[in-house]
Design a protein around this ligand. Structure first.
Ligand code: 13P
Ligand code: MG
Ligand code: MG
Length: 390
């Protein structure tokens, strides 16, 4: 069968600030998913939250960008928004940027990542005798939060020794999106390992370029899908952060989970936390973690699933970062975060002007720019400046 996995994620309101959605909102979302399964719109579904973002992971046979699936998600987020409004929660409907999107909801605010592939998990299937995959969900993150870890997992044998195995040594194709381009998706495809330096050259800029998808070059199978977009570019003003989600297939012709998560041990610095405007380390956390740290510490959760022949998720899932192995990384992230916060707003601690997601920061600068004037005497000497009129 041809199966599609879709993650649809939105921040539609949270308790006491940008912390977590309420249980009522989550319960309503779970019920909507359950109803959609009984109506046969979906095969299966899983609802969780990371910080104040609700993520629905669903399996179905309707393909990517399917109107019915996307409209179902939009309606479910609207219903959760109504609950947030009723109970006076903060930022109700924050990520729903348009009134009523027609067709698919990409670009309308929610983060969407989808993988569509042939699903025939039998022993004789040489490519995928079993399907296993992971879902990544971030909160308080800039759009390129996964650029470095996914690049290292799929292109660098220092992090993924599996790349040296016959099934993987043909490398992976990276589709990279230019998120500054808002009229349509502007993408480039580059091949690892031969384009390694070129890929790095683009992915170093987490705010402009993002991994959109990764494919196995040997089997031409999709490996990764990331929701790469910049909400503040789309809306033209602060609306919430990009907080990407990703689907990552693993094992067999793809890297193993233990390889894929190894770059997350870095707790690398990313933009986008606290008012969408600061730089802090990415902390791996269990599913359903609230945001309560100083300047929010950007969060990422990772859940691993198996998929049976009928497209149902395994009864149990594995919450990858919910393990003592990650406590050390969490402490490291906290220490890195504290060190960064020591320099407050200065330089690397805060995003540059064009990337400040709270447009109010930019308005403050614009107001001041209007008050600058060019000195009439043209002298630069400090002694003269002291006498010049403003
Ligand atoms: P969210 O994008 O999760 O709403 O976070 C807003 C924020 O920047 C809080 O400081
Ligand atoms: Mg929020
Ligand atoms: Mg959020």
């Amino acid at each position: 069968m041809r199966i599609t996995l879709s993650i649809l994620k939105a921040d539609v309101g949270s308790i006491g600030g940008h912390t977590k959605p309420s249980e009522r909102m989550l319960e309503a979302t779970r019920k909507a998913v359950k109803d959609a399964i009984s109506k046969k719109l979906l095969i299966d579904g899983f609802v969780s939250h990371t910080g104040d973002d609700i993520a629905m992971l669903v399996s179905h046979t309707r393909g990517a960008d399917n109107e019915e699936i996307h409209q179902f998600a939009w309606k479910t987020f609207l219903d959760a928004t109504a609950i947030a409004q009723k109970y006076g929660l903060y930022g109700a409907g924050q990520d729903l940027l348009v009134d009523a999107p027609s067709g698919n909801i990409r670009g309308a605010g929610p983060a969407v990542a989808e993988l569509e592939f042939e699903h025939d998990p039998v022993k004789t299937n040489k490519v995928r005798p079993a399907e296993s995959f992971m879902m990544l969900a971030g909160d308080k993150c800039g759009p390129g939060a996964y650029n470095l870890p996914l690049f290292l997992g799929f292109a660098d044998p220092m992090y993924c020794a599996g790349l040296m195995l016959p099934k993987l040594i043909g490398g992976f194709r990276f589709r990279i999106i230019d998120m500054d381009h808002t009229e349509g998706d502007s993408v480039i495809e580059l091949n690892a390992p031969e384009d390694y330096y070129k890929i790095a050259m683009l992915l170093r800029d987490n705010e402009r370029f993002g991994i959109d998808a990764i494919y196995s070059r040997t089997d031409n199978e999709p490996a990764v899908s990331v929701s790469a977009q910049r909400l503040h570019n789309i809306a033209g003003t602060y609306t919430g952060k990009d907080d990407p989600v990703a689907l990552v297939r693993n094992q067999g012709i793809f890297p193993a989970p233990e390889e894929l998560v190894s770059p997350f041990a870095k707790a690398h610095f990313i933009g986008g936390d606290a008012r969408g405007s600061h730089v802090m380390p990415l902390m791996p956390v269990p599913l359903n973690t609230s945001v309560t740290g100083i300047y929010c510490l950007p969060l990422v959760s990772c859940a691993a699933f198996s998929l049976d022949a009928s497209g149902h998720f395994s009864d149990e899932i594995v919450d990858i970062f919910d393990n003592p192995a990650w406590d050390y990384v969490r402490n490291k992230a906290q220490e890195k975060g504290l060190a960064m916060r020591e320099q407050g707003w200065s330089g690397a601690a805060m995003l540059p002007y064009n990337e400040l997601e709270y447009s109010g920061f930019r308005h403050t600068v614009e107001g001041l720019l209007g008050q600058f004037s060019v000195r009439k005497d043209g002298h630069k000497a400090v002694t003269h400046a002291a006498h010049s009129t403003p």
